[in-house]
Design a protein around this ligand. Sequence first.
Ligand code: ATP
Length: 502
Amino acid sequence: MQKNAVDILTSYVDALHPIIYINHFDFKVIDDAISKVSETAKIVEFNNALGFVDFKSKHPMHEVDLETFLKQVMDYGFDHETFVVLKDVHNELKNPKIIALLKKISEDNVYREDFHETIFIISEVLVIPDELQDFITIFDVPLPNIQEIRDIIEDYARDLNIDITVEDVDEIALSCKGLNEFQIQQILNLAYRDGGHIKADDKKLIISEKQQLVKKAGMLEIVNFKEKVEDIGGLYNLKRWLSKKASIFKDLDKAIKFGVDVPKGILIVGMPGCGKSLTAKATASLFEIPLVRLDVGRLLGKYVGESENNMRRTLSLAEAISPCVLWIDELEKAFAGVGQSLGGNEVTTRLFGQFLTWMQEKESTVFIVATANNIAKMPPEFMRRGRFDELFFVDLPDADERRNILRIHLEKRGKWNSEIDTIALTKKTDGYSGVDLESVVKNAIEEAFINEKQEITTADLLTSVKRTKSISVTLKEKIKDLRDDISKYDFMEANGMKDKEW
Ligand code: ATP
C-alpha cells in the first residue's frame, strides 16, 4: 500500500478515531498498512470465518464468536496500545450486543487517558449502525498516483527480472490510473503470463479491467463495439480531425510531457442516421481507450441532493478510469428545459451547471463526445467557444460520401464487386442518410438471397433504392430547421472533401 494511505491511517489513530472502517476487499494490502501504522502496537485479529487468528501468521487460535472475542480483548488497551482488526463482520453490526461492546471500547479510547485501543473493521460491505455513527471513520483507500503506479510496475519487473523500457512504464502507468494496487498487479501478472514481457500494447488488458470497475459501480455504461474509423463513410473533415487527436491519445504520456493540451471533446450535431453514434464508437477505437456512456436520466434520484451526488460520483468515476471517451448521446434531451423560466426543471438545471463547471475545469484525460439531433432546445452555453474543442455539423452525405457509404456496407457483407455502378446509384440517392443507404444494401442482399442469386447487381440496388424512403422525405421540415439553427453558431462541416488519407 502507498505511503500516503499509511500516513492517513496513522493520523486517524493518533487523533483517537476509535473505529476505522476500511471499505476494501484486499485483506493483504490492508494488513500491510495496519502493521506499518505502529511498530509497537499489539495487533489482534478476528476473522468471521476462523474466529481469533494470529495477525502475523494467520493461524487460527480459538474458534470463538465475535462477542466472546470482543469481551476477551476489550481490556487489552489498558496494558498495551492495541489494534483490534475485525474482518468481514458487517453482518454482526446489526447485533445490539456487538454494538454495545464496540461502543464501550470506543468510549474508553476517546475518554480514558490510560486506554489505547483502536478498532479496524475491514469489509467490502459498508454497514454503519446509528449508535456507532459518531465513532466510525470511513477510510477510502486512496488510489495510487502516477509515481506510485510507476513504482509498482518497476518493482514487479525487477522482482521477475523483466526488461521494460522507461517509455513503456510511463505509458502503462498512465493507463492504469484509477486502478488500485491489486488490480494493477493482476494486469501485470496477466500481461507477463500472456507474452513473457510487459509492453505498452498491454493497454488492452487495462481497458478490460477498467470495464469491470465501471460495471460494478453501475452508473456509467460500458459500450462494447466493433466499429472502426474505416467503417465511417464520408465525414472526411471529422475523421481527419479525430485522427490527428488520436496521435495524442496513443502517446498520451509523451504528449503531455511535450506540453500538448489534452483534447477535451467534441459536440456532433446532425441529421439522424448519419453516423454520429458510429463516430463516438470509432473515436474510442481510434484513440485505443474505453467508451463509456453517460445517461443523465439515470442519475436522477428521489431525494434532495441525490442527483447532484450521483453526477459528482459519476464524473469522478469517469476521471478515475480515464483516459476514456465519455459519450453523451442525445445531449439535447439530457439537459432539456435548462434555463427556461417556465417549466424548466430545477434539478436538471443544477446538474447542467455542475456538468458545465466540470467540463470547464477538467484537466483529466476524459474525452467527451456529445451527440445531438437538434440544438433548438439545447442550452446555448454548450456552443460557446472553449467548452468543446470543436463543434461538428453532420449533414446528409453528398454524392462522393454516398458512394463511399454504399461500398462500405457492400464490402462488410462480402458483396462488393467492381461491376457495381456507384455513380448511377449516387444519382438516385440524393437526400439519403447513412442508415438509409445501409437499408438499401441490406434489402438488396436479402432479396438476392431469397431469389437464389449469388451476386448483387446495380439493378438490384436501384430496385432497392426505389423501395427505400429517404430521411429527406420523412423528416423534411426537421432537416430544414436544423440547418437554420446550425447556421447561427460556429459549426465546422463534418463532411468535407476526401483527400489522400481519407
Ligand atoms: P441518431 O441521431 O438517429 O442516433 P446517428 O447519426 O447516431 O443517428 P448512427 O447510429 O451512427 O446514426 O447510424 C446508424 C447506422 O447507419 C450505423 O450503424 C451505420 O451502419 C449506418 N451509417 C450511418 N452513417 C454512416 C456513415 N457515414 N458511414 C457508414 N455507415 C453509416
